[in-house]
Structure formats: C-alpha cells, structure tokens
Design a protein around this ligand. Structure first.
Ligand SMILES: Nc1ncnc2c1ncn2[C@@H]1O[C@H](COP(=O)(O)OP(=O)(O)OP(=O)(O)O)[C@@H](O)[C@H]1O
Ligand SMILES: [Mg+2]
Length: 582
C-alpha cells in the first residue's frame, strides 16, 4: 500500500524533502525568539541597557522575518507536494480504471470508485500535507522547546516532562477511540455516494415510480449514519481541548509558583521565567497538533488502502504478448464454450456452446430473458473471457488479437447503451474520430437515423444531453447503430438494439444492412421473430444452452420453442417468456 502511494509522490521528491526542512528551520527561528526576549528582559530592561534592547530587538525582527519566510516556503512546497500527490493518485486510478475489464468493473461498484477518486484522494492529500508540515513542525517544536527549557532550567523543565507524558497518554487514548469511529464513517460514505449517484443518474425512473419518498429515506439513513459516526468521533475528540487547557494552566501555575520562588532566591532570571512560560505553551500546543495529525493519518489509512486496491487491481483481460493486429474476415466459431460470471458459480451461464458462422452472414439470436444472449455475444469482442473452450474470429482465437483491433473490428451496440453530452456528430465520431460529415450522414442513413436528424433545427449539430435524454428511445438506438457502423467493422452485433424501433423502420434498417454492408457479419439479438426471420441462420438459446440453429423454415420444422413463439407472435403478442419452452 505504502509503495503504491510512494510511487505517485516520486515526482515531488524535492518538494517533499524541502517542506519538512523549511518547517524545521521555521521552528528553530521561532524557538530563538523567547531566548532573545529573555535576554532583552535580563540584560536590557533589568540593567537599563537600551543599546542591548535595540540590538537584540533588531535581531528579533530579523529572526521573525526568517521564520516567516521559512513558513511561507514550507507552505508552498507542502502544497505543491500534496496537491501533486492528489493529482497523480487521481490520474493513476483513472488510467487504471480505463484498463479494467467488465469483470473488474463488476467487482468495484461505480459509487465506490467515485468515492475513492474524490473523498479518499482528498483525505490522503490533506494528511500528506499535514505530515509534511504540521507533524514536522509539532515534533520539532516539542523537541527543541524541551531542549531549550532544560537548557534554561532543568528543574522547571521536569514539570513539562511529566505533563507531556501524562497529556500524551490521554491524547493517545482519545485518538485511538476516535480513529475507530472515523474509519466507520468513511465506510458509510460509500453508501451515501451510492444513494446520491443512483438517485441522480436515474432521477427519471425514481420519479416515474414515485419512489422519491423511499429514496429520501434511504439518503437520510445513509446521511444519518455518517452523522452518527462523526458525532461520536468528534464527541471523543472534543476532550482534546479542555484537557490541553487544563494541563497548560496547571503547568503555568506550577512554573509561576516554583519560578517565582527561584527568582526571589536569585537562582532564575525574570526573563528566563518568561521564556519558560512561552515554551510551556509551545510544547503543549505541539502535542495537541500531533494528536490532530494522528487523527487525520488514521482517517487516511482506510482511504490509502481503498486507493491502493484500485491501483493494484489487475485487469482480468490481458493483451497477448505478441498480438495479432489484423482480422482476416468476419467468420466466428464457438468451440465448447463454457462461461460463468463468477468463478464460484455452480451453473455456468453458457454451457458447452458450439457454433460456426461464416463471414458476411446475418445471424439472428432469439431466446427468453436471461437465456444468455448478451453473454454469448459479449464473448466475441472479449468483453469477458471464456472459462472453457474458445471463441474464434477470422479463424483465430479472440485472445490472440490486440484488444483494440478486436473491438474496432467487432462493433457492438450494447443492450444498455448510452449517448454522451455533445453534438450528434461528436457522438457519432466515437465510432471513428476521423469520419467526415458525409460518412456520418451515410452511416445515419443506413441506420435510418438521418430521417429524424433532418427534422431537428440544428440537424447534425443538435446537442445531445448527458445520457441522451433529449432523444426518444428509438432515436437513441438508431444513433447508437450509426455510431457502431462508422467503425466499418467486420462483425456488427446489435444486442436488442431495435427493440424501441417500429417494425417497418426495423425492416428498413435490415434492408440497408444487406445492401450497404454485405461483407460484414451481422448478429442481431431480438425479441421479435420478425426482426430475425430473414437472417441466414437463427440461434435459439434456452437457459444458456444452444437449443436450435438453422434458417427460419428449418427451425419452424424442428424447434419447438421457436415454433411456439413464432405462432404466438403471429397470432398477436406472445414473446419468448410467455410462449417458449412449454
Ligand atoms: N455482469 C453480470 N454478473 C453476473 N451475472 C450476470 C451478469 N450479467 C448477466 N448475468 C446473468 O447471466 C444470465 C444471462 O444474462 P444475459 O444478460 O446474457 O441474458 P439475456 O439473454 O441477454 O437477457 P435479456 O433478453 O434480458 O437481455 C442471467 O442469469 C443474468 O442474471
Ligand atoms: Mg441481453
């Protein structure tokens, strides 16, 4: 964990060293001031030596200026190092997340990733700055002031020593108690973020289902949990201040009492007594600061662990050592493919699938919800890896291709698809960043998207809201198809991508595909038999098993599931869940 964090701060080694050095110099300067003050009182005021007062006063001003300058430099370099660390951590996490496979993303949920990228990084950033500046300042103040006190009067300094040990013990106890509560509170932040994120991103669904009150309660609960934990932590931490004040005043009282006796007995100068009182404040304040630093550090240990988890997570998908950058054609073969989402699952999601699809064919996939249609096609572009068997594209195992090459050649319109904020053209160019406007229009014509884009006042420059909320479901699907077409892939997969498009438009899209991209292998997952009946072959999936493979006519003859659904759909309304396996 520490190694992961240190790697990110390497770039700021200079600032990370300079900050404590300057903080230490600042402390030294600060600690000289009470000594000079003592000298002014002892040598100047008591002996009426004005010259000494001027000279020492001058030195004091110079010392103060130095102290200030060192303080400023420490603050500057401290900020540089800690903000730099924050930036690098965010960057490292973000870049790592980009390499995650779907399986990795399934493991960390999105809200947890967001908390890790934001709150956790801020914690680390703050505590790093605290360690570099406050911790060094407090520790060196404590040591130097203690040393100075022993130098002035070892007898009186013993009072501090006892006070430091007692107060230190109490503060350690407080910090330990508070630490547990703080760590709990940070875990609860995940719940809060999940509630906020889910609610805000799915606000329309929340409203449609009138789940506002439920969501409010859920948010209130998550928020209340954090409040409770932080309240408990702070209730412990508040004892810091009275404890510290009590010790300070008690020490001042003791020092004044014994000091005054010593001044009367001429074993101590008045100026030295003054200096001792200043050191008293310094020592105990730095103890207090140290306790705060420890609270902060303890809070960030949990954050550091969570950040390291993200950075050290290995993607479950790897590019092969000597990848192949060329895909010969769009032929696809499944050989004894078995797949499960989690290694521990007993029943596989896909069980011993064998299939062969020639390049340029149109393939329909039908089957009830949850029959693993999406899982099957996700293996083709290696969104997940098979557990047993192999998937071949263009005659080669998909695991032997460079991932980017494979995903550019196997273009998938995912079932849960999204558009991003930006113009229609920007969105289309996700498919091909260098596509000209003509090429974009051409792709939209094939996906039957051009017809509705032309009705928008800004046409192809129409702004799409985040998530594509200002276009209809069917329009969004057609834009997603156009985006996938722009990749000019060898294999095009449409995962239930025309479900919101009317039957006539659906037929026109398929016709356009036949004419415009005859060489591309097209895989169409659909619930409507009409969407796949003119395909070269149709795959019927049932609960992860291949139940049928053939043309529409063949399946009508041989496949009971297919025939039942076809009949129920042509007679009106049935689908795979109702008609199916019966
Ligand atoms: N990311 C995932 N993690 C774990 N299990 C999953 C995941 N995605 C799907 N499953 C499970 O795998 C099975 C097949 O799901 P899949 O999405 O492939 O079905 P589908 O045929 O595409 O269904 P639909 O018609 O509803 O899209 C289901 O039982 C589902 O619960
Ligand atoms: Mg699906």
């Amino acid at each position: 964990m520490l190694k992961t964090l240190l790697a990110q701060v390497k770039e700021f080694t200079k600032s990370s060293i300079l900050t404590p050095v300057f903080a230490f110099c600042e402390v030294i300067m600060e600690m000289i001031i009470p000594l000079l003050m003592a000298s002014i009182i002892n040598e100047g005021v008591n002996k009426g030596d004005t010259h000494h007062i001027y000279v020492t006063g001058g030195i004091m001003i110079i010392t103060a200026i130095f102290s200030l300058t060192f303080g400023l430099l420490a603050a500057k370099y401290g900020a540089m190092a800690s903000m730099g660390l924050g930036r690098n951590l965010r960057k490292a996490m973000f870049e790592k997340i980009q390499t995650y496979s779907f399986a990795n993303i399934d493991k960390f949920n999105t809200s947890s990733l967001v908390t890790r990228l934001t709150t956790d990084v801020t914690n680390i950033q703050n505590s790093y700055q605290m360690i570099l500046r406050m911790c060094v300042r407090a520790l060196s103040t404590l040591i130097v002031a203690m040393f100075m006190s022993f130098f002035i009067s070892p007898k009186l300094a013993c009072i501090y020593l006892v006070a430091v040990i007692l107060l230190g013990g109490c503060l350690a106890f407080i910090v330990r108690r508070a630490m547990n509560y703080f760590q709990e509170a940070f875990k609860k932040y995940d719940d809060l973020n999940e509630s906020v994120q889910e609610n805000v991103s799915a606000i329309r669904v929340v409203k449609a289902y009138v789940r506002g009150d439920y969501e409010k309660k859920r948010f209130k609960k998550a928020s209340q949990n954090i409040y409770n934990m932080l309240f408990r932590a702070e209730s412990v931490v508040v004892w810091n201040s009275p404890l510290m004040q009590f010790t300070v005043y008690f020490c001042i009282l003791l020092i004044s009492w014994f000091g005054a006796h010593m001044v009367i007995g001429s074993t101590l100068d008045t100026g030295d007594l003054m200096a001792m009182l200043t050191y008293c404040m310094n020592i105990l304040m730095s103890l207090m600061m140290l306790s705060m630093v420890f609270v902060m550090i303890s809070m960030s240990i949990a954050s550091a662990r969570r950040i390291a988890e993200v950075i050290n997570e290995e993607s479950t998908l790897h590019n092969p050592e000597d990848p192949c950058y060329e895909i010969k054609d769009g032929s696809i073969r499944f050989e004894h493919v078995t797949f499960r989402y989690s290694a521990s699952a007993e029943v596989p999601v896909l069980d011993d699938i064998n299939l062969s699809i020639a390049s340029g064919e149109t393939i329909g996939i039908v089957g009830g919800t949850g029959s693993s249609k999406s899982s099957l096609v996700n293996l083709i572009s290696r969104l997940y890896d098979v557990n047993e068997g192999a998937v071949y594209v263009g005659g080669k195992d998909v695991r032997s291709y460079d991932l980017d090459t494979l995903r550019n050649e196997v273009s998938v319109v995912l079932q849960q698809n999204v558009l991003f904020s930006g113009s229609i053209l920007d969105n289309l160019r996700w498919g091909d960043p260098n596509a000209t406007e003509e090429q974009c229009i051409e792709a939209c014509k094939q996906a039957c998207a051009d017809e509705f884009i032309q009705t928008f006042p800004d046409k192809y420059n129409t702004h799409i809201e985040q998530g594509g909320t200002n276009v209809s479901g069917g329009q969004k699907q057609r834009l997603c198809i156009a985006r996938a077409l722009l990749k000019k892939p060898k294999v095009l997969i449409l995962d239930d991508s025309t479900s919101a498009v009317d039957t006539a438009t659906d037929a026109r899209i398929r016709k356009a595909f036949r004419e415009a991209i005859p060489g591309t292998t097209k895989i169409i997952i659909a619930q409507r038999i009409s969407s796949v009946m003119d395909a070269d072959h149709i795959i019927v999936l049932d609960d992860g098993h291949l139940d049928g493979f053939g043309t529409h006519e063949e399946l009508l003859q041989t496949n009971a599931i297919y025939r039942d659904v076809y009949e129920s759909q042509t007679q009106g309304g049935g689908d795979f869940d109702e008609g199916g396996a019966a």
